[in-house]
Every structure is written in C-alpha cells, then in structure tokens.
Design a protein around this ligand. Structure first.
Ligand SMILES: Cc1ncc(COP(=O)(O)O)c(C=O)c1O
Length: 285
C-alpha cells in the first residue's frame, strides 16, 4: 500500500475494517453485559448517547487549564450564545496550556453549569456552586481535594475501609493512608449504624483538619447536618464523598450535601450513568 493509500485508510477506516479482534471483543462484551447481571455497586450502564459523546473528536484535544472565567459564570442560555462568547474569546486570551480548545471551553463550562443546576437547592442556588469536572476518577478527585487543603501529616478522619469507607478515605492500602495521619470512624457494633455521638467524640479528641463523610458500603443515608456540627465543633473542613448516591441525591431521593459540606466529590459513572470520571463541587471557592 503506498503512503497516500495508507494515510487514507488510517484516517477513514472503521474499526471493523482494521481490527477484527477488538471488534469481536466489543461484541462479546456487549453480549456479556446484556446476559449477566453482576451486582458491583460502583458499576453502571452508560446509555448509548453517553458512549456516542465519549467517542467524539473531543478525544483528540488536550485541555489543561480552565475555560474563560466569563464562560464559567454565564448562565447556560448565555453560554450557548456561541457568537457572543466567541467574540470575547477571540479578543482576549484564555487560561489553557494548549491551543485548539475553543469548543472544549463550551463543553467544560456547560458541564459545570449543568452540574451546578442539578445539585442546586432552594437555599443554595446554582450560581453559588463552583464545579470542577476534570478529575479522571473518584479516588483522583479525593486526592486532589486532600492536596488542596491538607499538608502531609495532617489529621484526616474518614470511615474505616472495613466498615464501609473507601480506600481513598485513609486506608493504609492507599496513598491517603500513608500521606496523612488517619483517624477512622466506624459503625456501632450493636446496630451497624453510624453513632454520631461517637464520631463527635473521636473528632473532638483528634481534631482532624478534614472529615470525610460518605461511604462505599453503608446502606443508610448520612445525616449531613450532624456531620456539619461535628466538623464545626472541632474546626474541621467537611468533605462529602457521594460517589455512589450522586444520582439519587441529584434526583432528590437521597440527602443532598450541598449547603452542609465544604467540598463535595462524586463519580460520574455510577448512579449518574455518565462517562468515567468525577466532579468536585464547592460553595466556597
Ligand atoms: C465512596 C467512594 N469514593 C471514591 C471512589 C473511587 O472512585 P473511582 O473508582 O472512580 O476512583 C469510590 C469507588 O467506588 C467510592 O465508593
């Protein structure tokens, strides 16, 4: 095949034409997912529309940095006035480390605004919710939050891995457990529920810099107000990790930590049914 023909083929061929093995594996995995129900709570089914958006040309773009401030502050209708936004954009610089991010700005800012709208409450309107949609996973998002607020050796209080917490809440198997001084809370052995008085006593004894509320494996809803009181009593920041119930919280059928937690983190591929990734939100930028 001459170079031109090779380039044409490389740039235009469908997966089925060039890689029979991967095509077959995708078909097999599609069938497996249709046949088997494996009850892993951290997994979900992304609808075809999500997979379609994920397989778009935006895959080709690097976009470290942030969208223009103006775009992050405008409401969704204003944001989507492309001519208006682009007129500003072409006139002023941006906050990216790469060129070619003209339309990525819109996607990122739109995701931020939509997320804020989804979690807004009557007390905390969307304009007050600041959103970062860049983390590649929930554990990475948690580490980013710790890195922003804690120094190595600071005390971090989270739920014990073996009682329902997540690895990234300070387990010794995870970097969070090695980088920070960890104090873990657990459940009351008599009813396997959180004993908020015991969590309060632990927090007052150890005075953590940050408390992580939120769990991987705990079937009861958290009492965010109580966690807020505990954090205030010991002067800690409160981080809510709603990786699992984020979809339920956004739908109003699980307590929403907005208005209680200083920082909220969740993954986008569990009950949100979106792409693999995570979101960090705060009302105090
Ligand atoms: C509470 C909690 N936080 C964080 C994570 C980590 O998310 P990821 O697997 O995307 O890193 C999980 C994963 O299941 C989780 O349950």
């Amino acid at each position: 095949m001459d170079t031109a023909a090779y380039a044409r083929r490389f740039l235009t061929a469908e997966l089925t034409d060039i890689d029979a093995d991967i095509t077959r594996l995708i078909a097999l995995e599609t069938e497996r997912q249709a046949r088997q129900i494996i009850l892993i709570p951290s997994e979900s089914i992304a609808p075809p529309a999500v997979l379609q958006a994920l397989g778009s040309v935006f895959n080709n773009v690097y976009a470290e940095g942030y969208p223009p401030t103006r775009m992050m502050q405008d409401d969704i209708d204003r944001l989507l006035e492309f001519d208006h936004q682009l007129a500003y954009y072409r006139r002023y610089g941006d906050r990216r480390f790469y060129k070619g991010t003209t339309y990525v700005h819109f996607v990122e800012a739109l995701a931020q605004r939509r997320c804020a709208a989804l979690f807004a409450t009557p007390e905390v309107p969307a304009e007050r919710i600041h959103v970062n949609v860049q983390p590649l996973s929930g554990a990475a998002a948690n580490l980013a939050v710790y890195d922003a607020f804690l120094q190595p050796g600071d005390t971090l209080m989270g739920m014990n891995l073996f009682q329902g917490g997540h690895l990234s809440h300070g387990s010794p198997f995870h970097i969070s457990g090695r980088r920070y001084h960890i104090v873990s809370y657990g459940v009351d052995p008599t009813d396997e529920r959180l004993d908020y008085n015991a969590v309060m006593a632990l927090a007052l004894e150890h005075r953590p810099r940050m408390i992580v509320a939120g769990f991987t494996s705990y079937p009861w809803a958290p009492d965010w107000k109580r966690f807020r009181e505990i954090a205030d009593a010991c002067g800690a920041l409160l981080m809510a990790d709603i990786a699992h119930p984020a979809g339920l919280a956004s739908a109003g059928v699980y307590p929403n930590p907005v208005g209680f937690a200083d920082v909220i983190v969740f993954t986008t591929h569990k009950t949100i049914c979106g792409p693999r990734g995570a979101v960090i939100m705060t009302t105090d930028p």
